[in-house]
Each structure stands twice: as C-alpha cells, then as structure tokens.
Design a protein around this ligand. Sequence first.
Ligand SMILES: Nc1ncnc2c1ncn2[C@@H]1O[C@H](COP(=O)(O)OP(=O)(O)OP(=O)(O)O)[C@@H](O)[C@H]1O
Length: 799
Amino acid sequence: MQTVLPLNDFIPTLRKVIPRFASHPPDPQQEQCVHHAADVPLQIVAGPGSGKTTVLVLRALRLVLVDGLLPEQILLTTFTNKAADEIRTRLIEWGFLLVDYLRAHGSSTLKAHLAKVDVNRFLTGTLDSICEDVLRRLRAPTDTAPVLLEGFAANTLMHRRGLTGTVYNGGTIAPDVAAYLSGFTFDRASPTNVAELVKTVRPLFDRFSHDVIDLQQFRTLATHTSARDLLKSGYEAYVQNLRADNRLDFALLEKEFLDRLSANRLDRFTDGLRAVLVDEYQDTNLLQESIYFQLFRKCTASFTVVGDDDQSLYRFRGATVELFRDFRNRLASAVPGTNAQRIDLFLNYRSTPEIVTFFNSFIDNDPDFRPARVTPPKPTIQARLPSKGAPVLGMFRDTAETLAADLASLLNDVFRGNGRVVQGQAGPVAITRDPNGGDFGDAVLLAHSVNEYQAGFKGNPPRPRLPCFLRQELVSRNIHVFNPRGQALRDIPDIQQLIGAMLECLDPAGTVQTSMLLRLETKQHLTTFRNAYAQYAATTPHPTNPRGLSAFVTAWGSRQPQSTATWPREWPILELCFKLLSWFPRLRDDPEGQVHLEAVSRAISQSATFSPYKSLVLFGSGPHDRRSVESALRDIFAPLAESLIDVDEEIMPAVPRDRFSMMTIHQAKGLEYPLVIVDVASDFKKDHHKNRFKRFPDQPSNVAEMEDDLASACMVGSLRQQRTALQRTYEDLIRLYYVAYSRPQSVLLLVGLNPCLRYSTTIHNIATFWRRDGSWPWAAPYSSRKPPGMANAIPLELI
Ligand SMILES: Nc1ncnc2c1ncn2[C@@H]1O[C@H](COP(=O)(O)OP(=O)(O)OP(=O)(O)O)[C@@H](O)[C@H]1O
C-alpha cells in the first residue's frame, strides 16, 4: 500500500477538521487501533460503550486517506441494518469533512488520490445484505441472480416441497422424526402438527448451513439414525427445489455466496476488495467466519474484527462466541503465516461510574463464568464520564399492576413533570428530562420478552404481563407507547378487522373457505377475523362518503364495479389491502400500526413468490376465479391466522420522540438511552419450574441441546463443548443481562416483584446476581436472631 497522508498526520487532521474530535480525541487504545498496521490483521476486544463503532469508522477512513485505498475497496459489515446505517452516516459525514479539507490542504499526491475518492461508495451493510447485493450485481455473467425468500414463504416451501413426502406423509409426522425433534422443542414434547413440525425443523435446517454441518456424518450419528436419514432427505429435497427455481432462504444465501466465492465465481467483487472490517464479531457463525476468512485469503485484504465476548447474544442463530474468543488462533490455522494482533478497548464513554461499577460487578459475579471469557481477560471497564449523583435504582412491588402504575407515574414525573428526587450517595438528586428536548424517547423498557400477554394455559385466558399493564397506565396518562411486538399480529384488533374485511371481499360469507381442508386453529382465527370486521363495519366508520366500509366490501364481494368501468380480470390483493386502509387510520398513521401493516403487506407480496395465482384474484376466468381465492386463503390468510408472519420493527427508521419504547434485550444490542428500565423479575412470584429458563436454568436450552446433538458433524462442535450445554445456557443469560445493564447513559432502574428480594427467597435469578453454586451476595449473613425481611446487601437504591 502506498501512503498518501503521513500516518502521524491522520489524528491531528481529524482533530482539526471534525469538532467532536477536537474536544474528545481518540484515547490511547483507540489511537493504537486506528494506527495499527493496515496489513496486519487486528482483533479489537471492546467493552460496552468503549467507542468500537467510532474506531471502526476511523480505521476505514484512515485506509482511504493514509493507505490510498478507495472507499469501494473497503467492506464494513455489522449486525443490523440500523447499525449499518449508523456506520454509513458517520463514514459519509466525517469522510466528507476530511476529504474536503485535505483537497484544499493536502500534498499533490494526496490531492490526486482524493480526486478519485467518493465517500458514498464504502461497502457497508449486514453480511446478508452484502451477499444479496453481490449475488445480484457482481455475479459472474454466467450465474443467475437468486430470489431471496422471506421467512414464512421459505417455511411454506419447506413444508410443501421438503418435509411432505419425506418426514410428513398423509398428515402424519414420521414417529422417529417426532421423537428425535422432541429434544429440541421448548417443552421437550414432540411436534404434533405440521405447524409445530415446521417450527422445530427450521432451526435445524438453518443450522445445517450456519454450522456447516457435514450431512453425511449427521446421518450416521449413533442415535435416531432413521430420523436423521429422513430429515436429510427432506432437507435435500427442499434445497433442490429452491435451487430449481433459483430461490434462496436467508441461511442458504450466505452458503451460496461462500460456494461461489470459493469457486472463483465472484471475482468481479473480490478483485476490487482491499479491506474487510467486521463489527459485532462475537455473534458470527461458522459459515460467516468461513466467508470472512475466504475473503481475507483471496484478496490478502486488510482485516479488522471488533467484538465483545461478553455481549454475544445470538446463539439461536448459530452465533459462536468461541470464534471471536479464539480468533487469532483460528485465523492462523486457516491462513498459515498470519499473526493477528489484539488490542483491548476498556474506557467507557457511555455510562455514569455508578452504572459501570454495577455492570462490572455483574459480569464478575460468578467465578464459573470466567472460563467462558476471552483469555487473557480484558481489563475491567473504566468509566470516563463524571458521576451525576444517581445510584442504580430498583423498583420492586407486590404485583405487576402496582409496579406498572408506579413506573408510569415515575416516567410521567420525569418527562412531563418536574422530575423525581432520589437518594444518592452524596444526598438527594433529581432525575429530570434533558432541558433541551428531552422526551419519552430518552427512556426504554428492556425485557426478556415484551409480550403483553402470557399465553393461556389449560383453557385459561391469556394473562396480562408488565408491558400490558404499563401500556394501559401510560395510555391513561395520554402517553403513547411503541411496542410492535407486544401482541401477535393475529391478535391485534384493527389487523383482525382489516384481514376480516379482505376475507369478506374475496370470499363473502366464507363459501369457498368452508369447502377447503384447513386446520381447526386456522378456521377459528379466520372466523375471528370475519367477526371482528362485521363488528367494526357495524359502527359505520369514517369515511362514509362516497361509500362506507360495508358498501365497499359488499360491492367487492359481488364484484360490482364502483364506477361504470367493468370489473378487472385480475385484481392484486395488495391493492385491495391498500384500498381498505381508508377505514383503518391507525395502520396508516401510527408508527406501531405501520409496522403491523407492513407485516400484512409483506405476507401478501411474499406469497406471490410461491403461490400459483401470485396473490391475484381472477375474474371471468372460469374455475380459476374460485381457485385464485382458494390459493389466497391457503397462502396468505392461513399463515396470518397461524401466526407465521413476524413483524419487522426495523422498517421504522426512527420512533417519534414522544413515544415510550419497550423492546427485548436482543433488540437493544448496540443502542444507548439516557434512562433504561430493565425488567428483571416482573413474572416471578415464586420459584416456578416453568420460568426457570428465564432466570436460573436447571436444564440446557433447546438451542444448546441441538448444538450438542450436531457437535460431531460440525467443525466447531468440540470447541463449543468446552462448556457444557447447561453452562452455555446459563452463560447466555449472564450475557443477556450484561447487555441490558450496559445500555443506559445516566439512569439504570431494575424492576420486578418483591418476593425476588426477600432474604429467604427461593427465586434464584441470574439478573439479581445469583451464582451457579446457589449463593447470593445480595443476602449477607446477619447477626441478629431473626433474619431480615429483605435481602440486606442489595446494591440498588430502592424507590
Ligand atoms: N474518545 C472518546 N471520547 C469521548 N467520547 C467517545 C470517545 N470514543 C467514543 N465516544 C462516545 O462513546 C459512545 C459509545 O461509542 P460507540 O457507540 O462507538 O460504542 P460501542 O463501543 O459501539 O458500544 P456497544 O458495544 O456497547 O454497543 C458514543 O456516544 C461515542 O460518541
């Protein structure tokens, strides 16, 4: 590489040109990362809030300005589209300022180089999005561009073209297969119907790709041989079928990319590539590691990976934290002669010292977690921000209802009132909103699950959970909430009404539906949708001019044109959905509603990729009219009724600032908020064995069980098994709450139910610092004869 700007001028230029670096220059470790030789692979082990994204962006800019690379030669990947957008924005913003300045002040060599630089051309995205883009745009001329299938469309094809005829015959699941799969279900029960079968097989088939499973070896493993044989055939039939139509699911997308890469069929892409930088490497799976190593091998690219082993959260998608932990050895054995270096970032610029001390003591709490972390361990995280006086807070109440009421009143005081005073170490401190535009968007509730209802059990109705009570309390104070995952799509009232209206348009009174073979659950929900529509239509919703909702649906049902024009021969169901939106204001105007609507419209448009009538309703085509309705019922409405469509809140670039968000801890990865409320125990009234998996697992998770089952057919199997399945399950919970506790900037508030804090509580909970050996540092030995009521060493200021 030819140097165009002297390396030692890079950071001084940065400080001169970009105001934030004038006041907050890179610290010594960050500077070391930016300065590290471009051609020596680098592993950055970065604690929470230590500026890893900042460093990655600066290293990419340095490669352009100092080493003379062009932005289009630099690939920078991260974990979510949102994080990729953030990286892109910083690259363009800072890159533009630097290039502009150096075009005026640089040497003539630098100016000549900069004439070719366009900072918009960095290759950024998730690895999936990059693979999709490259397979479409930069493939070899003889290769086709594959069509990517959405989850539910892929599952439908897996059912119809993979499992049917192999594993599932004449409405029955092969008994051996059912018995084998029972090891991987949540309650260890065999799948009993096709929907459960698909749900259980999908993670297994995805793992075949992500874990790069040797299927021949999988087939010959000692147990469940016939089940493995059938599943292998089902998988091969599914893959062959997708390939025949040039389609791919998400797991196969990366596999296809690796196959083409290894066969030199992506040279148009790799020829131009000179640097690869990877964020969130702790959540990389084996397939992705193979892609990165292959890219490194092919282009002898500059290679930088950044991650935090303590923040690995995505085991269920094949993430293998050991790939990050052992990165240097693994790279050296994959590409002999390489000697990657490691630099640690451990200064935290996000949180107050009180919060940093709290999450440090959490991650250090259990000695049995130590062997799972990087070696040598990274230094203890040090806070760089000053204290604001607020201690870490706890709000524990007897019931979830009272907890919700008190939380809502706290939020109201902070964001709509004069703030709330709490007791700090050095006296009272007020928690107030930021005077410059602080609003509910500065706070978030993080939880293991944000479902607003707990599924009903043994005929009981669903039970409301904290997120539901909190929504009610906030709405009663006129505060809006953003929790699009709070309820399943099929349970949301206006979604039910909209789908019901579509059903009545396509198939009035369910004449076609009645004659079809549909599962009982499906029929019940389709009836619920139709009833929801009928009740809503009876309220004569606006607009009523020129025609109201009922009149529209009746006319549509009888295919009566509303103007003088004749009824079209084909009607896209998506268009029908959008026409009906006039009567569903929440789905049009409200951010949560828009997320829900997107899921319905995605179901319609994706079904067009596999459904015989391509999400169209025909008219005047004889028997096809009826068949097109049947296929819509089977391919769009049955999946909606069976809850097979997932919402995707990532479509919402920014939630309005006056909304209070609730999200899962997984979703909060990489984010930060001034005030973070972590639900650690609102579901736990007693030590119920059914909720142990959420707090103190006494058996391995189904994901860890599957990892063990596949271990000997997988190249990283034994590496994972250095920790037992139960240890891994336990450690995943530690990492989960570590991520939650390291999100806040100023205030961290833990919430839950009182029984969890009693001195004599039997509710073991990792989030409240219980250790594997059953000890609990929050309960210190007492000297009096009577034990205290509450644990006596709780490191929280209880409010
Ligand atoms: N040298 C620095 N001086 C002051 N502030 C900094 C410095 N480096 C980073 N920051 C700030 O620290 C915060 C965290 O940085 P960043 O978002 O890059 O963290 P991260 O390491 O990616 O966090 P996480 O791993 O927890 O998601 C940001 O607000 C960033 O602007």
